[in-house]
Unconditional design. Sequence first.
Length: 423
Amino acid sequence: MPRGCSRTRWHGLSSSKHGLYWRSTTASSPVMTLQLSLVPIVFLLGAGQGAFLALMLFTRRSDCREANVYLGALALLFTVALMDFFCDLTGLTTQYPVIQTVTWPREFFFGPLLYFYTRELTQPGAAPLQGRQWLHFLPGFVHVALSWLMALLSPERQAAIFHGLEGLSAPDHQFARLFNDIEPPVSMAHVIVYLVMALIRVRQHRSRVAQHFSYTEQVNLTWLRNLLAGLMVVYVCWLVDEFLSEGAEWLADVLGLSIVVLIYAMAYRGLQQPAIFGRQPVAPAADTEPVAEAAPAPKAKYQNSSLSPELSGALLAQLQHHMQQEKPYLDNTLSLPELAASVGLSVNHLSQCINEQLQQNFFDFVNGYRIEAAKSCLLDGERQRDTILTVAMDSGFNSKSAFYSAFKKHTGMTPSQFRRQHP
């Protein structure tokens, strides 16, 4: 993803997006610049935090070690990016071009690492990285090999290639064209493809959750969605810096600072809620489950099912009787397999019955009963002093926010509004 900003910040031979030039300064100005500029210090602190976070993830013992390794590798890549920024701002890249040569090739690793991290959280038990799956990382390894070949060149030739100076030899010109003209747009497209793939997996996971769970507080992967949102912000900053930074060098600072904020946010969430680095309940990725929010057409979905529509209707009556008499919906962690076992049906037949007969997913089906129970509590004159949270918990919900969301979806009003309209 982002690379060093490559601009003038130091005395002597300095770099810019348009080439190299000399700037004369006093003997004390480099020290003054370093002392007065807080941005490189912030980048260095962010890199230190990123390295610590990566180490914590690599060494953490948990039931989702693969996911932690992928996330740790992402944190390490952002650490390298921040060190690249730091070296550029303090002039180290100008004095030692090999730093840029070595730290440059990382863009093609961001996408695959993000995708496989998302896969680990949404599909636990998936086959480990092996065989053809390593092809996802092939562009990254090729990028590293081509970039590190330049480390064999003299520092002057490396700097000239990266800044596309005139008068390059034919081989150097090809290197310059590859890294300055071809690599940026290709790497950006590469990252956005994997971002979209990760978002699709999250959306499929949300649909499976609605089909298997009657609650979402611990299975909705809010952490992952927030991480993807943060990465998209960094990506947008990268695009803006790449295409609109002409005469606006501060955009590179914004890009680097967005990475620092993301790293500290990841570390803060990890300390505040360590469970985000552990395995959470995840719905099984069955072939029969939908991949969209809305329930698919039953005829198309269940055309090969052994459960006839007539039998499905009979099972619905049995299910509704069980829900009214046994009230399993009061269990705030009720899942599709648990309800199927209590009714004596297979998971697939229960899911088909609900989808086919009621045009609902499991989440909405169970919450419908919970909302009716909550309405009875709200209308009960003896419970007028009960808080909304008490009503929510007594009706089978895990939280006040989940209760409000479900109640408004089913009734078109909040619980408080409902209570006021029915004194």
